[in-house]
Write a protein that binds this ligand. Structure first.
Ligand code: HEM
Length: 150
């Protein structure tokens, strides 16, 4: 029961993280591209501030529940981690590193661009954020495919 509750929290957090990236990448950004930079950059800044805050919480839950499940299964001893779990853990840590780069470095640059009203610089940072989110979306999708198919 505890194991299933941990897995539920784990997957709910993944839905927020990966689903939010899919929404931003495929629906919000293409529609926002129609706006002039002076409106688009502050809009995307406001959306990303809120979304990345929620992803920060999701990352904490994914990591703690994932490690707790591994701890529970390995408690009896003689535990060999299945390869799909290894793939999920390694790729998940890579996704978290990319999230940290996005949150700590790119968002700081976007904050500065918005504060100074430099829409060209803001647009350039948004393009970089888009690439990082695209990579994380691919990695997250790959994890879900591997874990659910194997
Ligand atoms: C370092 C981070 C992570 C660790 C340590 C971890 C660990 C785990 C563990 C131990 C399970 C239970 C597997 C089972 O009972 O069969 C699990 C389930 C799952 N994880 Fe992760 N995980 C991590 C990150 C991720 C990420 C980033 C994703 C997706 C983007 C993900 C998606 C899933 C899914 C969909 C399940 C349910 C699989 C099933 O019930 O068949 N995990 N995770």
């Amino acid at each position: 029961m505890l194991y299933n509750a941990l897995k539920l929290l784990h997957v709910l957090s993944i839905i927020v993280w990966v689903g939010g990236m899919a929404f931003a990448h495929f629906f919000l950004r293409p529609a926002a591209q129609q706006l002039p930079a002076a409106q688009r950059v502050p809009l995307m800044h406001g959306v990303l501030q809120r979304f990345l805050g929620a992803v920060g919480a999701a990352v904490v839950v994914v990591l703690t529940t994932g490690l707790a499940m591994i701890g529970m299964v390995s408690m009896g001893g003689g535990f060999a981690m299945p390869w799909d779990w290894m793939f999920m853990s390694g790729t998940g840590l890579l996704m978290m590193a990319l999230y940290a780069y996005l949150f700590l470095s790119l968002m700081a640059r976007l904050d500065a661009a918005v504060a100074s009203g430099d829409w060209a610089a803001g647009g350039a940072v948004l393009a970089r954020i888009r690439s990082v989110v695209g990579v994380n979306l691919l990695l997250g999708t790959a994890i879900v495919v591997v874990v659910l198919l194997w």
